[in-house]
Design a protein around this ligand. Structure first.
Ligand SMILES: NC(=O)c1ccc[n+]([C@@H]2O[C@H](COP(=O)([O-])OP(=O)(O)OC[C@H]3O[C@@H](n4cnc5c(N)ncnc54)[C@H](OP(=O)(O)O)[C@@H]3O)[C@@H](O)[C@H]2O)c1
Length: 301
């Protein structure tokens, strides 16, 4: 994000990381402004502090940062130059920054709804991405929200306001949309390879299918984009899949069955197959697993 902001005209006054190795690595992209000390960064009086560390590490960075603000000269800690502190975690409440807020900072969450697997390609991925902004006060006209929206717009991103109490649900959605898609493609790769596609080429052979599927979802929405044997009511084909998986990859049967039942929800929503055909497909898929602790029937049933 520092690289992306710099490309849009912002100045990077300094950065730090937990380890010397991390600082050296960041130094190789950002160049020469590494600091080993948060207090040293506070003395530079930047307009924005961006805390981009794993969720569990947020308290151990936010607390000393708040302490550094409290110990800083009045021009830093006072109202005249209120610094902004933002963290980038999708799941963590803005309240993790409360020590900074108490010391006079404006605080917010700035979560890019995007995936960054390496800094150099990542810096170009803000343009067009959504950014969830959560200020301490939910009002869209609060200074923190206004800052978050302006920052997103500077990056060419699309900001929206996310309520703090919906962060976990929102982040679960992001996990399903992004991480679980990667897991599905991993298992698809394994199945394709077992079925005879050359290992080195398997991904490149089936990725056009994945990309076209995403294009269809983008153009038509999820329900209309569904194709395949469940949408057509091909019971014998599904039975064949289950038999093949039972032989070659029995560990994937639970996943296949669970996704099959979830896909039948879309088939129902399409309204094209008669209910009896959908019931037959559900029967072939086997019992639909319920979440642990879910009630399986009323008492006495
Ligand atoms: N990656 C994504 O696609 C993505 C997307 C949206 C939002 N985010 C959010 O961005 C944040 C960072 O994610 P990431 O994937 O960039 O994480 P990461 O690569 O695992 O870590 C980023 C930095 O955190 C530092 N760090 C780790 N533990 C620390 C600690 N205890 N104290 C101080 N610094 C520590 C690391 O320093 P060292 O290298 O020195 O150990 C590293 O420089 C998270 O809140 C995440 O939710 C990530």
């Amino acid at each position: 994000m520092a690289l992306a902001l710099r490309a849009r005209g912002a100045s990077l006054l300094g950065f730090t990381s937990r380890s010397a190795a991390g600082r050296a690595e960041a130094d190789s992209w950002l160049g020469g402004r590494a600091s080993s000390d948060l207090a040293e960064l506070v003395l530079l009086q930047p307009e924005l502090y961006l805390v981009a560390v794993p969720d569990q590490a947020l308290p151990e960075v936010a607390e000393p940062l708040g302490a550094a603000f409290a110990a800083a000269p009045p021009t830093v800690a006072g109202d005249a130059a209120r610094p902004v502190v933002a963290h980038t975690s999708g799941a963590t409440s803005v309240s993790v920054l409360s020590s900074c807020q108490r010391a006079g900072a404006t605080t917010l969450v700035f979560h890019p709804l995007q995936t960054f697997s390496d800094p150099l390609t990542g810096s170009s991925r803000f343009a067009g991405a959504a950014v969830a902004v959560t200020p301490v006060q939910a009002a869209s006209d609060s200074p923190a929200a206004a800052f978050g929206f302006a920052l997103a717009q500077l990056l060419g991103a699309r900001p929206f306001l996310l309520p703090d109490d919906k962060r976990s649900l929102y982040h679960a959605a992001a996990t399903v949309a992004c991480n679980y898609l990667v897991t599905l493609e991993h298992h698809a790769d394994r199945l394709f390879t077992l079925s005879g596609l050359p290992r080195e080429e398997s991904l490149s052979l089936f990725l056009p299918l994945v990309r076209a599927t995403l294009d269809n979802v983008a153009a038509q929405g999820t329900v209309a984009a569904l194709t395949g044997p469940l949408s057509r009511g091909d019971t014998a084909t599904i039975a064949g899949h289950l038999a093949a998986l039972a032989t070659d990859t029995p560990d994937l049967l639970v996943l296949y069955r669970a996704l099959g039942h979830s896909t039948l929800d879309l088939v129902r929503a399409r309204g094209e197959l008669p209910p009896a055909a959908i019931s037959e497909l559900a029967e072939i898929l086997g019992p639909r697993d319920r979440p642990a602790g879910a009630q399986r029937g009323r008492p006495g049933e």
